[in-house]
Ligand binder design. Structure first.
Ligand code: PEP
Ligand code: MN
Length: 347
């Protein structure tokens, strides 16, 4: 797949009724979206939820293509889905996050799609495992499927975070570095799980030079039969794509600026990680303070501290950081840690 500008794939989480599908598609026709997505077979975490209309909805999508000219995309999870999608002229087939985790299922799909000229997109597996994601792409490549792409939709975590699925941007960056010729699309909807975060995730993806966006869109998001909280209206999609900074200027400048933004985004990610790590370190220091308190031990253990400082400085200087910087850094961390521990022990 060769792309010259970010591709926009939009449409509902699920096809619900023929009217719903057509209404959304006609509104999307007025936006930057060129591909219409709709889930027909829905993988749901718990039973008893709406599991998709099934093959009955495929003719609705054909009507979308005929009436709007949008390409149509569906999720496939087994060989039978592939057969039905191909029979109904689906243009883009994507493998969902819950399927990518299973090499048997991916292989079955690869076999069913052998030699296809269709576009096939592979969502990242729900667990943060780059090899599993790349392995799925390789199975498709081995089946002589040439028009491949990845979709970054974030990763499950047991701990609740502000995201529905943690973006773990570094995994997407590594995917791009390992497979530089495979376009990568970002799915902010399943990353955020809400409407308010969508813009920032899209912008981050563009700054990291993703090749496209897949955004869940519904004319009446609150009433959607699945993923209601994260779907946006076509009008909101339009605002988002207008506001996104996709840089333009002369070619050289644009390239330099893109590189700069990519590097800055990488720094943003690392800084966030550093801050989270320092915060986690402080939480452990607090637990140590509780122990010290119960054992009636002094907060500062000078011997341990000077040995620790020496070790940390060595680790840093071995990695090319200066002695002075490492000393300043660890003194600052240690001072804060002592302060926090003191306040606990004193209580
Ligand atoms: C979807 O795109 O609606 C979907 C089910 O996504 P995922 O496979 O990323 O959970
Ligand atoms: Mn969804």
């Amino acid at each position: 797949m060769e792309l010259t500008h970010p591709l926009v794939i939009a449409g509902p989480c699920s096809a619900e009724t023929e009217e719903q599908v057509l209404a959304i598609a006609h509104e999307l026709k007025q936006t930057d979206a060129t591909v219409f997505r709709a889930g027909v077979w829905k993988p749901r975490t718990r039973p008893g939820n709406f599991e998709g209309i099934g093959a009955l909805a495929l003719p609705w999508l054909q009507r979308v293509k005929k009436e709007t000219g949008l390409l149509i995309a569906v999720e496939v999870a087994n060989a039978n889905h592939v057969k039905l999608a191909l029979e109904h002229d689906v243009d883009i087939l994507w493998i969902g996050a819950r399927t990518t985790v299973n090499p048997f299922a991916v292989q079955e799909i690869a076999d069913a799609l052998e030699n296809t000229k269709k576009i096939v997109l592979v969502k990242n597996p729900i667990n943060p495992d780059l090899e599993l994601w790349i392995g799925a792409v390789e199975r498709l490549q081995k089946a002589n499927i040439k028009n491949l792409g990845g979709i970054h939709r974030g990763f499950s975590t047991y701990q609740k975070t502000t995201y529905r699925n943690n973006p773990n941007w570094q995994i997407a960056i590594d995917f791009k570095n390992r497979l530089p010729n495979i376009p990568l699309i970002n799915d902010p909807s399943h990353i955020c799980g809400n409407r308010t975060g969508i813009f920032d995730v899209c912008q981050m993806a563009l700054d990291l030079q993703f090749d496209g966006l897949m955004i869940e869109t519904h004319t009446n998001p609150d009433k959607a039969w699945s993923d209601a909280k994260q779907q946006i209206t076509p009008a909101r999609l339009d605002e988002i794509t207008v506001d996104l900074r996709v840089r333009k200027s002369n070619f050289e400048e644009e390239k330099a600026l893109k590189n700069l933004n990519k590097l800055r985004s990488e720094i943003n990610i690392i800084d966030k990680q550093i801050i989270e790590d320092v915060s986690n370190r402080m939480k452990i220091a607090k637990k140590i303070a509780e122990e010290k308190k119960s054992q009636n031990v002094a907060v500062l253990q000078p011997n341990r501290w000077s040995k620790m400082l020496e070790e940390r400085i060595k680790i840093g200087t071995d990695l090319g950081l200066s002695n002075q910087f490492m000393e300043n850094l660890y003194k600052a961390i240690h001072q804060e840690s002592i302060k926090v521990q003191e306040s606990i022990v004193k209580k």
